[in-house]
Design a protein around this ligand. Sequence first.
Ligand SMILES: *Cc1c(COP(=O)(O)O)cnc(C)c1O
Length: 372
Amino acid sequence: MKPFLPFTRPSIDEESIAAVADVFRSGQLASGPKVAAFEAALAAYLGGNRHLRVMTSATAGLEMALEVAGVGAGDEVIVPAMSFAASANVIARLRAKPVFVDIDLHTRNIDLDRVPAAITAKTRAIMPVHFAGLPVDMDGLYGLAAEHGLRVVEDAAHAIGSTYHGKPIGSFGDLVVFSFHPNKNMTTIEGGAISTGDALAAELLEQYRFHGIKRNAAGEVDVMFPGAKSNLTDVAAQIGIDQLRRLDGFNARRLDLAGRYFDAFQGFTGAVMPARGDSGHSWHMFQILIDFAARGMTRVGFQKAMAERGIGIGVHYPSIPSLKFYREAGYREEDTPVAARVGRETVTLPLFPAMRDEDVERVVSEIKAVLK
Ligand SMILES: *Cc1c(COP(=O)(O)O)cnc(C)c1O
C-alpha cells in the first residue's frame, strides 16, 4: 500500500523549526521584532514601495480592510459567488450586503463583464478573489473601480507569489489581503497580511488589529475606537520569514506540477480543466469539474473511492449562495448558475511542493479508473 497522498501539505523545514525554538528562548513571543522583520521582508518581496501589516488571518484582514475602505451597515460590496465563505462573511459581519456576481467557468474568477449590472448607488467596494492563484484581469478590475468610484479589497488568499503582467499581486492595487493558513502557498500556521500603498491606511490597520490603540509622540497610549485583537505573534512571524524565503521555490514547483497535470489529462474529455493562465499563476490549487449527476455518482462517493486508493480529494468551494445562512437571507443559487455548477462539480486534486512527479500520474490514472 502506497502512503496516503493528501490534497495539500505544508513544507516546514528543520531550519524553520530551529528558528522558532530560538524565538521561544528569546522570551519575546507576542508581536515584537519578528513581526517587524516579517513585514519588512514582505514589503521587500513586493518591490519595496508598499506598506505591509500582518494579522492573525486573512479573514481578520479582509474585515479590517473593508472597514478602512469605509464599508459599513447598509453598504453593498460586490463579491464572486464561488469562493470560500469568508469572502462574503466578512461583508455580512459589518452589516453590509454581499452582492454576488457569477464567475467564469474556466478561470473560476469573477466575471467582470457582469459587474456593472450589479453596481447600485449603495455599492462601496469590489472584492475579487484571485481564484486558485490565477490573477483576475487587473486592468479591467481597476478600470471599473475608477469608472464607478469604488474601493477594491483584493481577496488574495490564494495569490501570494502570483504575478500579473510580471508584477506581483500586492505590489500595486488598493487593499490586498493574503492568507498564511497552512493550506495556502506559504504559512504562519494561522496568519494574514494586507498590502497597501497608503501610509494612512496602514496606520489605521495597526489600530484595527490592536484594540484601536494609538501612541502619541510622547509615547502615551490612547484608544481611538474599539479595535480588534488580531495581532500576529513573533513565533508565527518567524515561520513566515522562513516560508517567504522559500516561496518562489514552492511556487515554481507548483507550476511544474500543474503542467504535469495538464499533460497527464491530455485528450481526457471526462472533466473540465481549469484555465491554464501563464507563469504568473501561483497554482494554490488544481481543480477539475466532474458532472457527477450525469455519471449517476456523488462527489462524496468519488472522494471515498479515491481515498480507498490512497488519494485525498478536496472540495473548494460550494457556491456561497448555496450555504444555509445565505439561502435564508434570500439569495438563490440559480441567480449565479456558473458558480452553482462549479460548486457542485469541483474537486481539488493533490498539489503541494513536496509531491513527486509520479504522484501526478498516479492521481490522474486513479481518477480515470474511478470514473470509468
Ligand atoms: C483561506 C481563504 C480565506 C481566509 O483565510 P484565513 O487566513 O484562513 O482567514 C479567505 N478567502 C479565501 C478565498 C480563502 O481561500
